[in-house]
Design a binder for this molecule. Structure first.
Ligand code: UDP
Length: 239
């Protein structure tokens, strides 16, 4: 069942269910994609109907940010919990490794995807990482072809939002992959170039605060969070 938060329909699932559903998709010949919206992306969807359509057309819409959880609760339709994109990706890679399902890493600055591949091969020994490409390419077609040639079943698309959502919807099927997952800055973390917030911040739902402390220039983007809550309260009034 999906739960609407300001026009974005979130899957009301926990991480294990999301991973299970994703593994099922690999048995299906069609191409699927997964998005992991946070309040910033929900706000972007309010401003762009095109983005909202692409996000809602995803096979899984996972509630990445704590703000989404608060929003759903305030609207009287609570979600069961957060599914942080990075934790979902880790659990998915563990399962893929166990089944030998192949992965392509797309995105981030030149060199980061290769570094991430090296580290992930150590963490998930059975996981075939069959290709990488940075996220600053000028033409899409050669990248699509590279993924196709790699034969990857799953692609982590880490181009930032909304670029990654549009890219998956537009080119997903052409890559020949069965599942694409939009994962924002995850390759920065998997490559070891950026540290994820310490567990205490994650547990308290304060990962955004840690990121703000580390990168104060994110303040403009983070102002979307209070705006999101204002919109949730307005929506609650209407309902
Ligand atoms: N990025 C990219 N191509 C672009 C723009 C961004 O590969 O044209 C990458 C960027 O290097 C970073 C990620 O996309 O690794 C976006 O990270 P951000 O922290 O903004 O994403 P979030 O996790 O907050 O969604």
């Amino acid at each position: 069942m999906r739960i609407d938060v300001l026009g974005v329909a979130f899957d009301n699932c926990i991480k294990a269910e999301a991973v299970e559903a994703s593994m099922e998709m690999l048995h299906d010949p069609a191409c699927h994609y997964v998005v992991t919206p946070n309040p910033e992306i929900v706000e972007a969807c309010r401003e762009s109907g095109e983005l909202r359509t692409v996000v809602n057309a995803a096979d899984l819409v996972l509630p990445d940010g704590i703000g989404v959880i608060y929003g759903a609760k305030l609207l009287g339709t609570p979600l069961r919990g957060r599914v942080p994109g990075i934790e979902y990706a880790q659990a998915l890679m563990a399962r893929m490794g166990a089944e030998g399902r192949s992965l392509f890493l797309l995105g981030a600055k030149p060199g980061y995807a290769e570094q991430a591949a090296e580290r992930l091969r150590e963490t998930y020994p059975g996981l075939p990482i069959v290709g990488t490409n940075d996220g600053y390419f000028k033409e899409d077609a050669p990248v699509v072809e590279k993924i196709r040639q790699s034969g990857a079943e799953v692609v982590f698309v880490c181009l930032g939002s909304p670029k990654q959502e549009h890219w998956m919807a537009r080119y997903g099927a052409d890559t020949g992959a069965k599942l694409l997952v939009g994962l924002g800055g995850s390759l920065d973390i998997f490559s070891g170039n950026v540290r994820r917030a310490p567990p205490v911040f994650c547990k308290l739902g304060l990962e955004w605060l840690y990121r703000l402390m580390k990168e104060p220039k994110r303040i403009g983007r983070m102002m979307k969070l209070p705006l999101f809550l204002v919109h949730v309260i307005q929506e609650r009034g209407k309902r």
